[in-house]
Ligand binder design. Structure first.
Ligand code: BTN
Length: 237
């Protein structure tokens, strides 16, 4: 696995996008700081703190796997993150599709981008930000309830250690996930889902759907109580 580290970058995801043709499958890009860290839905991701974790993983799977397996990769990452937190004895939960919450506050986010040229898949960039070592003051700057692992543990957290546990856990089932898809992890995902049975509001581009989150189907899609099935969106609950 190729690992490239930068002291500062605009965004680890953008770096991978811009250099995708020269980077190998399974390249890891880390940065101590990002000057234009991106979140989902055009939000920004505060990335000024050097002891926090900002990284992107480039995947260039060789065979043409099914599209829904691609979508489930990002939900797999969310599940993997809950397992990493568990190794620190921290109980983390998934807010669909891939936000990680502890005590109902965000601790980690995933931004997956797919690079396609014509009908070819150039690669998948999985960008992950984890609040590992944030001060209460920085947390207050975040536009939603948030927490950080150092605060939960009462000590600072080693970035390298967290990343190593993540990579080990991720590659443990990565290949079988690509072949088997979401149904392989569905039960585990549901066990960590904090939103089922709750009233949710999902924004999908310019549309908003409201209902009770009833279930997750075999492709990782959200099913509301009015039987509306949602592929992707931003959840408020
Ligand atoms: C979210 O909105 O929850 C997703 C946040 C993803 C942030 C990470 S930090 C590393 C990578 N580079 C970026 O610019 N964004 C992702």
């Amino acid at each position: 696995m190729q690992k490239i580290h930068f002291k500062s970058l605009s965004s680890t995801n953008d770096y991978v996008r811009e250099n995708i043709e020269n980077l190998n499958d399974k390249t890891l890009i880390t940065a101590d700081q990002q000057t234009a860290g991106k979140g989902r839905s055009s939000r920004s991701w505060i990335s000024s703190e050097k002891n926090n974790l900002y990284f992107s993983l480039l995947l260039k799977p060789k065979y043409n796997f099914r599209n829904d397996n691609l979508a489930s990769l990002t939900q797999y990452v969310a599940l993997v993150l809950t397992k990493v937190f568990k190794s620190y004895n921290v109980d983390a939960w998934i807010k669909w599709p891939n936000d990680i919450l502890v005590e109902n506050k965000k601790i980690s986010g995933v931004l997956t981008e797919t690079m396609i040229q014509g009908s070819d898949l150039l690669g998948i960039v999985i960008g992950i930000g984890v609040n590992l070592n944030l001060s209460e003051m920085k947390i207050a700057e975040i536009d939603q309830p948030a927490t950080s692992l150092n605060i939960l543990l009462g000590r600072s957290v080693d970035k390298e250690e967290f990343l190593e546990i993540f990579l080990k856990e991720f590659f443990n089932r990565y290949s079988i996930l690509l072949e088997g898809g979401f149904s392989l992890i569905k039960d585990e995902y549901i066990e960590r889902a904090m939103f089922l049975g709750k009233k949710v509001r999902i924004t999908v581009f310019d549309k908003v759907f409201v209902g009770i989150a009833k279930n997750i189907d075999n492709q990782g899609r959200l099913i509301l109580d009015n039987n509306k099935i949602i592929n992707i969106g931003d959840m408020l609950c």
